[in-house]
Design a protein around this ligand. Structure first.
Ligand code: B12
Ligand code: SF4
Length: 492
């Protein structure tokens, strides 16, 4: 059996980092970990080929080669997924689909032959058994949250690693919290399930063997969901592992209560973590209460962010506007918060209702849903009737994004951050790509860019005040270019 593993293209959005990746001659941020994991669960004698359309085109000979196509994706990739499915159909291939896009809405893909939904650990073995007996059903789903201590290491050799900016590994699935808009708990449950330390180390060793020396993203929904396992097992083992190698920078996602645990932050930094994405959502207590973001309530969120930054972890923040309790003052409040906290990469989205979330259920009951989500809450659209006037919300969002990423405030935010930040213990080693990126940045941002005065101002300031953070200043400048371009593409 020859299996073609297909990963659809991401649209040009904030998270694609498309315009920044060009500077370092990379094609995509991360490889499709779900498909690489599924590849490892297929029978040993099956041949496998991965085509991630974000890094290379799907060719006719890929389709001619394949007996069956396994396609994955998230909602944001649905347009490309539909195109790929149509091509596979036209080529007469059997199509098997799985991953978040299909788990949350398989009914919308009548052309697909088999859906293997939820976590493959729970559904794939039964499908494979039936498929080999030619008795496979159309849909395989499971309410179970499987033990991931049996999950095999991803088949890295199928991916063209040098084309990606970073690699990903997963330690845990699930999150103990219950935010109304989030579908993580519906998909992965409340009890964080963890892999064993030995599994994680084996995955990292596999990456090293495959020649990877760059950054690694721990794609956990909330890395600190099980603090005990981290402090007693995983982090000490990672510290040990780093000593045996050249130093791999890690980044991840965590909830704000990370700021309460000095020991945990210290261990994370020692283990090589230098960046963490935190869902802050809103500085307004009413908004936090409305979406049940308990862990963010009644705190000084700016002070929390600064504490994490001072520990040596850059904070990237997720923010939302469009809560029922939001009034038109929210736009200025968000900007003020983000500027003060020095969160350079601030992903502000309009609230969208994703199927499977409590928010979706509530808005459905209230008769306020207007259509399907685009799956990308940063594209300036909503799929429900907001309490605020729709035009006020859209305009407010547009102007918020414009002001946040305009060169003046953006470069000021970088300085606010660099003043606070501790130099990371482990960071990406500089190589010819970094050097080329620096030259390109000088040309595109420093000579032709509208931000040129801000750019040189920042570089000079960093050179004299925080010289060890100079590479970060260049990286942030390149990100700013990407964010501004994306705002233009999205008409923000
Ligand atoms: C890494 C990640 C990203 C990376 C993607 C990189 C990549 N190449 O994959 C980046 C940073 C680009 C990203 C971006 C976004 N993401 Co994202 N992301 C994740 C994250 C944290 C981890 C994904 C992962 O690697 N998981 C580990 C693997 C092992 O799990 P998996 O992919 O689910 O695969 C398992 C099963 O689903 C199944 N499976 C998967 N594929 C297939 C295929 C077949 C054939 C079969 C049988 C089974 C199967 O088997 C696997 C093993 O169990 C998830 C959260 C999560 N916990 O998964 C969110 C998640 C996938 N992202 C999400 C969202 C919303 C986004 C954004 C839209 C965010 C935004 N607001 O802009 C953007 C969209 C991208 C864009 N450019 O527009 C949502 C998706 C919701 C949905 N239903 O589609 C998730 C679930 C998070 C959430 N809060 O809800 N993301
Ligand atoms: S803390 Fe993050 S992952 Fe957990 S439920 Fe809230 S938004 Fe989802």
């Amino acid at each position: 059996m020859k299996v073609l593993l297909l990963y659809p293209e991401f649209p040009d959005t904030f998270w694609s980092f498309k315009h920044a990746l060009k500077f370092i001659r990379k094609k995509a941020s991360l490889p499709p970990l779900g498909l690489l994991t599924v590849a490892a669960m297929l029978p040993e004698d099956w041949a496998r080929r991965l085509v991630d359309v974000n890094v290379r085109k799907l060719r006719q000979n890929d389709l001619d080669w394949a007996d069956v196509v396994f396609i994955s994706g998230m909602i944001a990739q649905q347009a490309s997924a539909r195109e790929l499915i149509a091509r596979c159909r036209a080529a007469g291939k059997t199509i098997v689909a799985g991953g978040p896009l299909f788990t949350l809405g398989h009914e919308q893909f009548p052309e697909v032959d088999h859906f293997v939904l939820n976590e493959a650990e729970a559904t794939l073995p039964e499908f494979l058994r039936d498929f080999q007996r030619h008795t496979a059903r159309r849909v395989y789903a499971s309410p179970l949250f499987p033990d991931i201590r049996q999950t095999p290491p991803p088949r890295w050799e199928l991916a063209d690693l040098p084309r990606y900016a970073a690699m990903s590994v997963q330690f845990s699935r699930g999150c103990p919290f219950d935010c109304e808009f989030c579908n993580i708990t519906a998909m992965f449950g409340h009890r964080p399930r963890t892999k064993t330390t030995a599994q994680v180390i084996a995955e990292l060793d596999g990456l090293r063997r495959a020649g990877w020396i760059g950054a690694v993203f721990f794609v956990d929904d909330n890395f600190i969901g099980n603090k005990r396992a981290l402090k007693e097992e995983l982090l000490p083992a990672l510290i040990q592992w780093q000593h045996g190698g050249r130093g791999t920078p890690f980044f991840t996602e965590a909830s704000i209560n990370l700021a309460d645990d000095e020991e945990l932050m210290r261990l994370m930094v020692e283990a090589g973590f230098n960046q963490v994405f935190v869902g802050i959502e809103t500085p307004e207590e009413a908004g936090l209460a409305e979406c049940n973001k308990r862990q963010n309530q009644k705190r000084n969120l700016v002070a929390d962010v600064k504490r994490i930054q001072r520990a040596g972890l850059e904070v990237q923040g997720g923010f939302i506007v469009g809560f029922d309790s939001d009034t038109p003052t929210i736009f200025a409040r968000q900007i003020e918060f983000i500027q003060k906290s020095g969160i350079v990469t601030a992903m502000v989205g309009l609230l969208q209702a994703i199927p499977g979330t409590k928010l979706h259920q509530r808005l459905n009951l209230e008769g306020r849903l207007t259509g399907q989500t685009t799956g990308n809450n940063l594209d300036g659209t909503t799929n429900f009737i907001p309490r605020m006037n729709r035009e006020t919300l859209r305009e407010g969002y547009r102007s918020l994004m414009g002001r946040l990423y305009a060169p003046g405030p953006y470069y000021r935010r970088i300085r606010t951050f660099l003043r606070e930040y501790q130099r990371p213990k482990i960071s990406s080693s500089l190589n010819w790509r970094s050097f080329l990126a620096f030259l390109q940045a000088n040309l595109r941002l420093g000579i032709f860019g509208r931000e040129r005065f801000h750019y040189w101002g920042l570089l000079l300031w960093t050179f004299f005040r925080r010289p060890t953070l100079f590479p970060m200043a260049v990286t942030f400048s390149i990100y700013g270019h990407h964010f501004r371009k994306t705002c233009r593409v999205l008409g923000l």
